[in-house]
Design a protein around this ligand. Structure first.
Ligand SMILES: *Cc1c(COP(=O)(O)O)cnc(C)c1O
Length: 395
């Protein structure tokens, strides 16, 4: 029997949601490392394959461990259903490509994760789908771009790396008026701090590689939304193109979820404390943290996020050489382009995650060589603050 209760608080959903016990009564979720399934009879095989009988047929279509994870995530997000994929990009590319046909139009915020931007700017046009990029923080730009019929809108909020806010509710209304489906990459906010479906989004996508695993071990992705839409548009794509998740990775994330609420809350508290220390350092020009009132998009973040999250961006006095000097002086914090880990990680977006953008495109986003992005983990906030202070002191 699957345990499912929409009334549970998030912490309970994360520990108990979706659990299916086998005949052995194991307390921890079982890992079903199997690609295939055996049938009692040829008749049963035929009934399973035709869909007349429910049950597993092949792990590209479904697997019990993956199903436990999908149910836990759907319960947490408040979504009708969830599909999991081999990586975050497997989820996002499927959510974008499967609903679109040649001649369709996509509108996306220009501040996107690099690979999402590549899909919009390079892959989709080859199949006759054009993307218009807008400044995600400007409702006027959204209004103009969504005055034409549109198939799909893609946004990220908070965005990468400057943690800008897109007003999800306002963009959802404009997107729906244009006939578009609103897809939100909710990785930076996590399902603990922001609920895009309640704000009008149609599909929410995640890289579970980040906070959901949360310990930097495996790649995984998720797509959440209405059953009817996912069954009609997403399932045929996933089944026949094959971005199926490994049950081992799904099991790792299932166990990671049990502590997601605790980890995200603590990392957010650490991030708020560290952001304050960074903001007060004389070698820092600006700090961007969604939970601070000096963030340009504070009002929108306040409206849709319950706390500031685990990421901080800051601009140092100087350019690439000085930013590199600060990163190289970090002792405790690692230099890494990953995020959402228990270990705090810092990177220089212009030379790593955002290197594919031209200088003009970076400038349009307000990004220059002086910015550092910090993913705050679960080390002691005092130790993190001391490490950042001594690194900033080298300038
Ligand atoms: C990491 C990330 C992705 C891609 O996820 P993978 O699991 O690496 O494929 C997409 N969007 C955002 C915001 C991310 O941080």
């Amino acid at each position: 029997m699957t345990k499912r209760s929409d009334d549970w608080a998030p912490a309970t959903k994360l520990v108990r949601g979706g659990t299916m016990r086998s005949e052995f009564g194991e307390t921890s979720e079982a890992m079903f490392l199997t690609s295939g399934y055996a049938y009692d009879s040829a008749e049963q095989a035929a009934a399973r394959m035709s869909g007349d009988e429910e049950g597993y047929v092949y792990s590209r279509y479904g697997n019990p461990t993956n199903q436990m994870l999908a149910e836990r995530l759907a319960l947490l997000e408040g979504a009708e259903t969830c599909r999991i994929t081999a990586s975050g990009m497997g989820a996002i590319s499927s959510a974008m490509i499967a609903p679109c046909s040649a001649g369709d139009r996509v509108v996306a915020a220009s501040a996107l994760f690099g690979s999402c931007r590549h899909i919009c700017s390079t892959i989709l046009p080859r199949y006759g789908v054009e993307t218009e990029f807008v400044n995600g923080t400007s409702l006027d730009e959204w209004k103009r771009a969504l005055s034409k019929p549109t198939r799909l809108v893609l946004i990220e909020s908070p965005s990468n790396p400057l943690l800008e806010a897109v007003d999800i509710q306002a963009v959802a209304e404009l997107a729906h008026a244009a006939g578009a489906l609103l897809v939100i990459d909710n990785v930076f906010a996590t399902p603990i701090l922001q609920k895009p479906l309640d704000l009008g989004a149609d599909l929410v996508v995640y890289s579970a590689t980040k906070h959901m695993d949360g310990q930097g071990r495996v790649l995984l992705g998720a797509i959440l939304g209405k059953s009817e839409f996912i069954e009609e548009h997403i399932d045929p794509w996933l089944r026949h193109t094959g971005p199926a998740a490994s049950p081992f990775n799904a099991w790792v994330v299932l166990k990671g979820l049990e502590t997601l609420d605790l980890r995200v809350r603590q990392a957010s508290a650490n991030a708020a404390q560290v952001a304050e220390v960074i903001a007060n350092h004389p070698n820092v020009k600006a700090v961007r943290y969604p939970g601070r009132s000096d963030h340009p998009d504070y009002a929108v973040h306040q409206k849709q996020m319950t706390s500031g999250g685990t990421l901080v961006a800051f601009s140092i006095k100087g350019a690439r050489a000085e930013a590199f000097a600060v990163l190289n002086a970090l002792d405790l914090i690692d230099i890494s382009n990953n995020l959402g880990d228990t270990k705090s990680l810092a990177c220089h977006p212009c030379s790593t995650t955002h290197r594919a953008l031209t200088e003009e495109e970076q400038a349009e986003m307000g990004l220059d060589e002086s910015w550092i992005r910090l993913s705050v983990g679960l080390e002691d906030a005092g130790d993190l603050s001391r490490d950042l202070t001594q690194a900033l002191n080298v300038l």
